[in-house]
Design a protein. Sequence first.
Length: 429
Amino acid sequence: MSLLAFGVNHKTAPVEIREKVAFAPERLSGALHELMARDGLREAAILSTCNRTELYCGTADDGDNTAYYRKILLQWFCSYHNLDIKQVEPYTYLYPDRSAVRQIMRVASGLDSLVLGEPQILGQMKAAYATAYQAGTIGSHLNRLFQHTFSVAKRVRTDTAIGASPVSVAFAAVSLARQFFSDLNKHTALLIGAGETTELVARHLRENGIRRIIVANRTLEKAHLLASEVNGYAIGLSEIRGHLAEADLVVSSTASQEPVVCKEDARLALKTRKRRPILMVDIAVPRDIATDVSELDDIYLYTVDDLQDIIQEGLRSRQEAARQADEIIDTHVSHFMGWLRSLSAVDTIRCYREDAAQIRDAVLEKAQRHLAAGCDPERVLNELAYSLTNKIIHTPTARMSQAAYAGQDELLEAARELFNINKTDNPKS
């Protein structure tokens, strides 16, 4: 079986493309089953975040059939999202086998993230695995790969300083707010969504002295839960228009497929605020805030891509840690590929063991009959040992003799390696 990683990310595709190929969480299970129906695919998982959408697949082929599977995956990817292949193909990539294993480990460890070393991606990777496992699209190969990946990501986090600096998309959004407002304790923030990223934004804002936080979410209970942790106020998404004018800062991160803040909402809020500016940071993919909102005077709208410069400032302290993490990952990639290659020997080893067990049982049965007949036990044991040894080594030694006769030196060399025979050994010395 071959392993593949196919997709787009923040390095290869702009947000306009990434939002079009994102998978809604509630549709992932169905998408996985559709993907598994493609010819040659045996296992599959889908990771979809604001910065990447990646398909991890196990195929029926052991050989190099990368071009075929790139075509299969690209066609399904574009068909599922109703997109023109020519529009999407330039932004996609496909990693086969060793490169695929390295990619998934680097992604889970935060080394391929917009924010180097950010920890949220590991939780998202675990969620992607859980969804695929529940959907029944995880087989033995991907299961082993994911478990190995989680272990490697944990080691990277504990053995390097990759997470020492508090840098993340959430932290970058708050850093932008600190630059925009001279004093956060005089301002109100409206946070749309109640997921992990929003929770981090809320904590960073509170640590930086924000005066007031309003949390809006589709599920009011989740909004109340987050609001209670940061001494904030909870509202439903339908109430955003009525509270938008209170917000000096808006940070939005939901899984909505449609904008939750439109241009008219923002226009009315500005009118109520008497043109006092609003900083809006949209870190959702697909985007939560309609793009034409940026056309309004006194609205300053930033997307995840706009945070890049801010994020770069916090990366320097993580560069050496990232190099150390890559060394750890490369070692574990080799370990996993070794395990994968070892699977090709499973059938051979099983057959060899079964043959040896049959010889053992036959020799043992003969010895037991002799003992029952009253034969000398010492003689029976000696005959058992002699017979067992001869029968087990008969086929290998006969084949080595044939190889020597035929001049097959490479087979003899392989036998010496297989049976750990040193050519200089001389039992008579």
